[in-house]
Design a binder for this molecule. Structure first.
Ligand SMILES: [Fe+2]
Ligand SMILES: [Fe+2]
Length: 174
């Protein structure tokens, strides 16, 4: 069974993933209302991924015989007035997530819970990709600046992102 401190840490992260989804949905709505449907799509898919992470953690807590701790989901603390700021905040947010995931990995090792350590490793790898994606789009929007034609070209590219459940077998089994 999952120890209480690890249950609490994973429950807090379950909540934080829901909070992340909420943040990305707000960003997605901002892009949608500003004529950037492709950016809105990319952020909507990002929100769906965060929801999948939340469910994956929730199910893992139950699978380990523990009870998830439920808390309020906070609203986004981020303000943004243009697309560059949206991705500055996205990158900053993912860096916070990486720190939290690393702390959970350290706690799992400290508790000698290798199963939980292996579980959280998936997120350690995921965060490398999350930061790289946010950083790449941030660089692009910075370079594009006020060039509307280039911004719309990138918007079209981001419209192609589709949500792929990273845990399909898990979902089917439950
Ligand atoms: Fe996540
Ligand atoms: Fe994320």
């Amino acid at each position: 069974m999952l120890k209480e401190n690890l249950t609490n840490a994973l429950s807090k992260q379950f909540n934080f993933e829901l909070y992340s989804a909420y943040i990305y949905l707000e960003m997605s709505a901002y892009c949608d209302r500003n004529g950037l449907k492709g950016f809105a799509n990319w952020l909507n898919v990002q929100a769906q991924e965060e929801l999948a992470h939340a469910m994956h953690m929730y199910e893992y807590i139950l699978e380990r015989g523990a009870y998830p701790v439920f808390e309020d989901v906070k609203k986004s603390p981020y303000d943004f007035e243009n697309i560059t700021e949206v991705f500055e905040k996205t990158l900053a947010h993912e860096q916070i997530v990486t720190g939290r995931i690393n702390d959970i990995a350290s706690l799992a090792l400290k508790e000698n819970d290798h199963a939980a350590y292996i579980f959280i490793q998936w997120y350690v790898n995921e965060q490398v990709e999350e930061e790289a994606n946010a950083e790449q789009i941030l660089q692009q929007v910075k370079q594009i600046g006020t060039n509307t034609a280039l911004l719309y070209a990138l918007d079209k590219e981001l419209a192609a992102r589709v949500f792929v459940n990273p845990f399909p077998a898990k979902t089917a089994a439950n």
